[in-house]
Design a protein around this ligand. Structure first.
Ligand SMILES: C[S@@+](CC[C@H](N)C(=O)[O-])C[C@H]1O[C@@H](n2cnc3c(N)ncnc32)[C@H](O)[C@@H]1O
Length: 399
């Protein structure tokens, strides 16, 4: 709900708008909890035994499970509810944004592009092309996607992502919705205390929710973040300055960055970014990450666990967005083996890393510390799912 948003770009919903947002979050909780559990029970009680009876073996992948589940009313109901609820997520915040947009644009424009007090910056480049996979469809059904501008210096898309994201996440990611970045940056600082990054890059940063924790966890580091969408970056800069973090945002394609002759990065990071790219672009981003890192630097990407780590039912469950949520590359990305993505980018196989990291906001520092010494990658029903004891998956490689 947008009442979680506390920074200076917060816009005030009316009481009716706020109730609607809370209602949408509650419906989402019901869909992802009760309805999803009911659907899983149908699978285990009925669909899986029938598949084994007919085929003489267990289903091999998520596609086989999807095919069998498509006729089940529990699945059809779940899907219909989830699609409509996703549309409601955005609709529940749009009236508040429209009413406040002029004022919000003015407030953001009032934050100096070269430092609003914290010393961060935003540098836009109108020559950066919006890639077709952003321009041609509304990713996760978000009206206008990331890049649309409705006037000069517009931040509507940034506000939509922030406010809609608050409804979508049901309060599970902390008040700044930075739990992914906060948990993983903290985990890395504990696991590799000798890694004292001086320069960090976030690729596909959107409004910077998961950029800021890197600046806070490593206050000595210079933090940069790139995205192709100008409204996201304008909003991200004003948000960072309001939240007391120094970040340098630039409009760049992550597969073709230009940081001039500046020295390499110690950490190249992304969260929930790669799955939105066509596979060819994913490979180009990995090559670019390799180029941008200094020798000994670390590349790290947070994503849902890949299909090579999930049992067929979980693969089917996680691939849902690819079919119904305007995320056409989600399944193709989850089908790729993370280690292959890294080696295709130039990283050595022996330098591959992957981690399961418990949510700091939900599980606390002690559980996070307990995971620092674990090497196993056990993907269970808490990994990548929006449940109270969520755990994050991330992978990457040392250069
Ligand atoms: C799902 S959002 C990322 C979320 C964000 N990292 C976070 O943790 O909140 C994907 C972002 O990637 C951006 N994007 C897509 N293609 C890009 C590219 N080639 N280079 C840089 N940014 C890109 C989009 O504009 C969008 O803001």
């Amino acid at each position: 709900m947008t009442d979680y948003i506390r920074h200076d770009l917060r816009i005030e919903p009316t009481r009716d708008e706020l109730s609607r947002q809370r209602f949408v979050s509650d419906i989402r909780r019901h869909i992802l909890g009760d309805l999803a559990n009911g659907m899983r029970a149908t699978y285990h009680k009925k669909v899986q035994p029938a598949l084994v009876r007919v085929n003489g073996r267990e289903p091999e992948d998520g596609v086989e499970v999807h095919r069998a589940m498509r006729g089940e009313s529990s699945y059809r109901f779940y899907s219909a509810m989830r699609v409509n609820c996703q549309k409601l997520v955005w609709r529940s915040v749009i009236p508040t944004i429209e009413r406040n947009l002029e004022d919000l644009n003015r407030r953001v424009a009032g934050v100096d592009a070269n430092g609003g007090g914290q010393g961060g910056s935003v540098t836009l480049d109108p020559d950066v092309e919006t890639p077709p996979y952003v321009a041609n469809h509304d990713v996760h059904l978000m009206p206008g996607c990331y890049h649309t501008e409705y006037g000069d210096d517009d931040v509507a898309a940034g506000a939509l992502y922030d406010n809609g994201g608050a409804v979508f996440s049901m309060g599970l990611f902390g008040s700044e919705r930075d739990d992914i970045g906060a948990s993983i940056a903290r985990f890395i600082s504990l696991k590799f205390p000798e890694l004292r990054p001086r320069r960090i890059l976030d690729m596909g940063c959107s409004i910077g929710s998961n950029t800021l924790p890197w600046a806070r966890t490593f206050p000595e580091a210079e933090v940069h973040a790139v995205d192709v969408a100008a409204p996201m970056l304008r909003y991200a800069h004003a948000r960072a300055e309001a939240l007391g973090a120094r970040v340098h945002y630039r409009q760049m394609d992550a597969s073709q960055c230009d940081f001039g002759g500046e020295p390499g990065f110690d950490i190249v990071w992304s969260s929930m970014f790669l799955h939105e790219l066509p596979p060819k672009k994913v490979r180009a981003v990995f090559r670019e990450a390799y180029r941008l890192l200094r020798p000994g630097g670390l590349m790290l990407h947070m994503e849902l666990p890949p299909n090579c780590h999930t049992v067929p039912y979980e693969s089917f469950y996680f691939d849902w967005d690819s079919y119904y949520n305007q995320e056409p590359y989600y399944k193709a990305f989850r089908d790729m083996r993370p280690i292959d993505c890294c080696t295709a980018g130039g990283f050595d196989e022996s330098n591959f890393v992957e981690f399961i990291v418990p949510s700091l906001a939900r599980n606390g520092e002690e559980e996070l510390k307990a995971y620092v010494s674990r090497d196993d990658i056990t993907v269970d029903e808490n990994t990548g799912r929006l449940v109270p004891s969520i755990r994050w998956y991330c992978f990457g490689a040392w250069k």
